[in-house]
Design a protein around this ligand. Structure first.
Ligand code: FES
Length: 515
């Protein structure tokens, strides 16, 4: 902490990039971001004329960064700033908020100049289309003094007579629309029937089209695919960052946030629900339908993501024996989960396999069908968390492990994402142990930089590939021993010791963006 006025510098951490540095009180967040090479939109150059430099100050304890962040650690918004933002708003304008204490600052996707590239294209594969929902058209006899059946009795009888659908129930949202739909359609209606058991939608007259949404809630990225459930065609897809990244990049830090902060689970739930709704809106827009026309959704993710998607406390996933609230598949109405699809849309959650082998892995197995292959097969799904499945011809084995931010942030001093300023390549001279490296955003290696031709982006951290290269180079240069310890016989002023703990300096402070 450095909020004490006698220590007029504060620690800032920008998320999701992980860039961090020390800055004097009074400096604007935009200036601090620029010093770190953090790309924040600022079309007007910081003159409060564009409203684009929106950031969110995170509140709470962030043990990983060793700081406590609160919106009070920046100056309050001025009237000029307030005029740019809706009220209430979670955002501040970075060019107008001045540092007064330690801060974790989240830069939303819309305010990033170099938006992270998210590629989640769907591949084609042959499948049999057997949707859980189908549309069923019925023509009914209008009521009369001699025929006073209720609207639902009339519809249920029509569905039984014309389609053999017996014993159906009707969802509440469908009931709300029933009277109007039957009368507007002059007693002809198109119903949406779920699992041959419940009417979840009623539209007037004959209408075509039944759509389903598949959503992968990844730890870092969320991707949605809108499908025509009659043809199986993929109509639109879209991906966004999972906004929960602001609360912790890896699963364990998100579990910590959820369990150690008041309203932690609620905040994470709100973040993921909001992103889901934005994704649904975007794919619906691309396909030219309304999101209320989506009557079925399938959601997958690792077990922590699924717990947080359902608003469940993930505490038990943070420690052995890693028990789940429910391992089985689930079906919930969209309205129960506050998802903005058709309110009676069914949201299907695939089952999990074990504590940390979740619905996303089940989806991979359903798609790849390794058990149908004669050859032993290994399937590796590398994301922020990785799942590995081995089919040995008789038995299927599955396991999971943290990967991405486990390299890039958790427990790694100066770890960061693969963003401008991240060291991504490392070479260590086998004789002299001199280091040269390359950062994202600068073409030249560090040994080609000069005071007259400095790098376009100074290093501000090291990303996953940089860490892997550094470890490999240190090993090949004899600085690391085969068991992972630093070699006490290695001689370099870059190798520093604190008791028995060694550290190897990749780049000296004065070469970095933080100084
Ligand atoms: S940079 Fe334009 S308003 Fe902040």
């Amino acid at each position: 902490m450095s909020t004490n006025p006698s220590h007029p510098h504060a620690t800032l951490v920008f998320l999701p990039s992980g860039r961090r540095g020390q800055f004097p009180h009074g400096m604007t967040l935009l200036d601090a971001a620029r010093r770190l090479g953090e790309p924040i939109e600022s079309t007007c150059g910081g003159h409060l004329l564009c409203g684009k430099c929106q950031v969110r100050i995170e509140a709470g304890d962030f043990p990983r960064f060793g700081i406590h962040s609160t919106p009070d650690h920046v100056t309050p918004p001025t009237d000029e700033e307030a005029a740019w933002l809706p009220s209430p708003t979670p955002y501040r304008l970075a060019c107008n908020a001045r540092i007064q204490g330690d801060l974790v600052v989240f830069v939303p996707e819309h305010a990033r100049t170099h938006q992270q590239t998210i590629r989640k294209a769907a591949g084609d594969r042959a499948i049999q289309v057997i949707p859980t929902i189908r549309q069923v058209y019925v023509e009914l006899t209008p009521p009369s003094l001699d025929d006073r059946l209720s609207d639902w009795e009339r519809l249920a009888a029509g569905l039984a007579e014309q389609w053999g659908l017996e014993g159906l129930t009707i969802s509440y949202p469908a009931l709300l629309r029933l009277q109007d739909a039957l009368r507007v359609g002059k007693w002809r209606a198109t119903t949406i029937v779920w699992a041959e058991s419940q009417v979840i939608g009623v539209r007037p007259g004959y209408q075509e089209g039944v759509w389903g949404l598949a959503v992968d809630v990844g730890s870092t990225t969320m991707a949605a695919y809108l499908c025509d459930l009659e043809t199986g065609d993929l109509l639109a897809s879209h991906a966004v960052m999972n906004p929960q990244v602001a609360y912790g990049e890896d699963l364990m830090s998100r579990i910590s946030y959820a369990t150690q902060n008041e309203d932690g689970v609620k905040k994470l739930l709100r973040a993921v629900t909001g992103a889901f709704n934005r994704l649904a809106g975007e794919v619906a827009r691309k396909a030219g339908i309304r999101r209320e026309d989506i009557h079925e959704a399938v959601v997958v993710g690792n077990t922590t993501m699924m717990a947080l998607f359902l608003g469940l406390n993930p505490a038990s996933l943070g420690e052995a024996p890693f028990t789940l609230a429910n391992r089985e598949a689930m079906d919930w109405p969209a309205s129960t989960l506050k998802l903005r699809l058709h309110p009676a849309a069914n949201v299907h959650i695939l089952p999990a396999i074990a504590g940390h082998v979740g619905a996303d892995n089940v989806a991979v197995l359903l798609a790849e069908e390794p058990e149908t292959l004669d050859e032993p097969t290994l399937i590796i799904d590398v994301g922020t968390n990785a799942e590995i499945d081995l089919w040995d011809g008789q038995q299927l084995y599955a396991a999971s492990s943290p990967t991405g931010p486990a390299f890039e942030g958790a427990q790694i001093a100066f770890g960061m994402r693969a963003a401008p300023g991240a060291i991504e390549r490392v070479r260590i001279d086998r004789e002299t142990l001199a280091v040269r490296y390359k950062v994202i955003g600068e073409e030249r290696w560090s040994d080609q930089w000069t005071p007259d031709a400095p790098p376009a982006v100074a290093p501000s951290g090291v990303c996953g590939s940089g860490i892997i290269e550094a470890v490999a180079e240190l090993f090949m240069a004899g600085v690391l021993l085969p068991d992972g310890r630093f070699n006490p016989d290695a001689r370099s002023d870059r190798l520093r010791w604190e008791g028995k703990r060694g550290a190897f300096v990749l780049t000296r402070a004065e070469e970095t963006a933080m100084g």
